[in-house]
Design a protein around this ligand. Structure first.
Ligand SMILES: CC(C)(COP(=O)(O)OP(=O)(O)OC[C@H]1O[C@@H](n2cnc3c(N)ncnc32)[C@H](O)[C@@H]1OP(=O)(O)O)[C@@H](O)C(=O)NCCC(=O)NCCS
Length: 321
């Protein structure tokens, strides 16, 4: 059996401060009913006070390491998917690796907007399968409240903060992480962006919505094909948690029944690159995701960038190469 990359642990962390739709009603021309009907979101979390995104990411990583039964010193590579790091430079990953107590692990940030976690997971799998890395932490960490215009009702209702991480290890897994499908189309870069000067997210919501559904469905079909699987093989579908309607539309078009689709957008909202690992962790905590399950992941974000991948969850075969 050839060396594969498999997920062996997961953890997450959310800021304590909860912002409800009612809180937004106080200063935005919107209503709780509108937000729930159009997005499925009821509340979201925002970082505030002295807690940094590095703190939040570290909490998620410690949780993931414990879940995998590993120490920070066992990790030789840290990939953080984010476009809202604490500083412009250096990235979040080097400080995170040090705070965790890795032994000088390789550490890099990747920015692929809301698809960042999938890009990071694919990169870690490639490094592991080539034998260059033994164990990696792949983290999605975002503080979108830092780049959201609080007075723009088209975006302020959607974006939120959070962090989650997985431990990815080399092992003689049967499936592990199948080859991901990753795509981009810079033609549509003006539909969802933040300019260097303004530093606030601007979005053509309806257009983004349309592209997001189509691209995630296409990518998931292709990821299934590459993994030699069909839609019926999916145990759990996790789509980027942007909007409940996007999640439902993508699942419907793919033909995945409701009971196999996990969503936590109602209380988490859109946390960009943290969205998929947060959903994975909550799905596991709530008993929807179990070892051996075939999980289909799909994400879409500004760029446009998008992708999909099939992962066998916490596979138990011959681990620990
Ligand atoms: C943003 C989004 C929720 C808006 O929902 P929508 O159903 O497309 O609504 P529209 O943009 O067509 O707006 C409909 C009306 O509601 C209004 N509206 C927009 N935001 C509103 C809000 N928060 N509260 C009340 N009304 C709002 C609009 O101004 C518009 O009013 P008008 O008809 O008088 O012009 C939705 O487009 C969306 O979720 N898009 C994808 C966003 C996303 O996922 N982005 C990240 C991908 S990584």
């Amino acid at each position: 059996m050839t060396l594969k990359a498999g997920v062996t642990g997961i953890g997450s962390a959310l800021p304590e401060h909860v912002v409800t739709n009612k809180d937004l009603e106080a200063y935005l021309d919107t209503t709780d009913a509108w937000i729930q009907r159009r997005t499925g979101i009821r509340e979201r979390r925002h970082l505030n006070g002295t807690v940094t995104l590095t703190d939040l990411a570290a909490e998620a990583c410690r949780d993931a390491l414990q879940d995998a039964g590993r120490e920070a010193a066992d990790i030789d590579h840290v990939i953080v998917a984010t476009f809202t790091p604490d500083r412009l430079m250096p990235g979040l990953a080097p400080k995170l690796a040090t705070v965790l107590g890795t032994d000088g692990a390789g550490a890099i940030d990747v920015n692929a907007a809301c698809a960042g976690f999938l890009y990071g997971l694919d990169q870690s799998a490639a490094l592991i399968e080539s034998g260059r890395v033994q164990r990696a932490l792949v983290v999605g960490a975002e503080a979108l409240s830092r780049v959201t215009d609080p007075h723009d009702r088209g975006t302020a209702i959607l974006f939120a903060d959070g962090a989650a991480a997985v431990v990815v290890e080399a092992g003689a897994f049967e499936n592990g992480c199948s080859p991901f499908v990753l795509c981009s189309d810079g033609e549509h870069g003006d539909l969802l962006y933040a300019e260097r000067e303004e530093r606030l997210l601007r979005m053509e919501g309806q257009e983004v919505y349309r592209h997001a559904v189509e691209r995630m469905v296409e990518a998931t079909r292709e990821a299934l094909r590459r993994a030699d699987l069909t839609v019926d093989d999916i145990d759990v579908l996790i789509v980027h948690q942007a909007n409940q309607r996007i999640i439902d539309a993508a699942a419907r078009r793919l033909g995945v029944p409701e009971e196999k689709v996990f969503a936590n957008v109602d209380t988490i909202a859109n946390t960009s690159s943290a969205s998929i690992p947060l959903a994975l962790h909550h799905a596991e905590q709530r008993g929807h995701l179990k070892p051996g399950h075939t999980v289909a992941l799909a994400a879409f974000g500004g760029g446009f960038v998008w992708g999909a991948g099939i992962v066998t969850w916490k596979e138990r075969v011959h681990a620990g190469a």
